[in-house]
Write a protein that binds this ligand. Sequence first.
Ligand code: DC
Length: 224
Amino acid sequence: MQVAIDGPASAGKSTVAKIIAQKLNFIYIDTGAMYRACTVIARDNKLDYGDEAAILAAIDRVGIELRSVNGEQKVYAGNKDISLAIRTPTISANVSQVSALAGIRTKMVSLQRQMAGKVDVIMDGRDIGTTVLPNAEVKIFLVASPRSRAERRLHDFQERGIKSTKTVAEIEHDIAERDYKDSHRKVSPLKKAPDAVEIDTTTMSIDQVVSAILAEIKKSQKKL
Ligand code: DC
């Protein structure tokens, strides 16, 4: 079975996808982490974030891999664990530019389809239901108000012991800017698939979102 979860930044996609993967023993694939890894490789090789050919060549040289280490998903560039590096503000600020490059998307989509293979998979991103897994049995589009997404992000930082230098309003502004770029790029923009179920998580707890998605999965299993 394939479950696709799409939606804007910080709507809670990865949090709920990880929980569901564990509950159902599915493989979880965080496609945003892959575009972030491309951005880290561009930065580490001192490449312009718009230089598609050079970034592609560097990705081919280094290689991107998602590995499961003690039940945790880690991101590797070659043999280097870049799981923390992909989450820094510089990478968040530049990932939209790198992920808008057509050649980068073609490469990542092909990798993502290979990873999905024939296993039960839950994949989150922006174009999973529309492009990567158009035949996914379950498609979810998670949304939440920009303010609540900014508040969650700030809470995330606090939980991880990271001191944010930005206010909620500034984080909200950054999120809105990234959403705009992700929704207006030429190739595979962030868009709800016509057959996706939209869930607004603004006032929902994590448990409630997980239950709502599990109910959709159950519904589709009954149909199989
Ligand atoms: O989910 P995230 O915030 O970690 O994703 C980082 C960026 O990667 C996001 O701003 C847009 C891009 N992305 C994409 O274009 N397609 C995907 N399937 C996943 C992420």
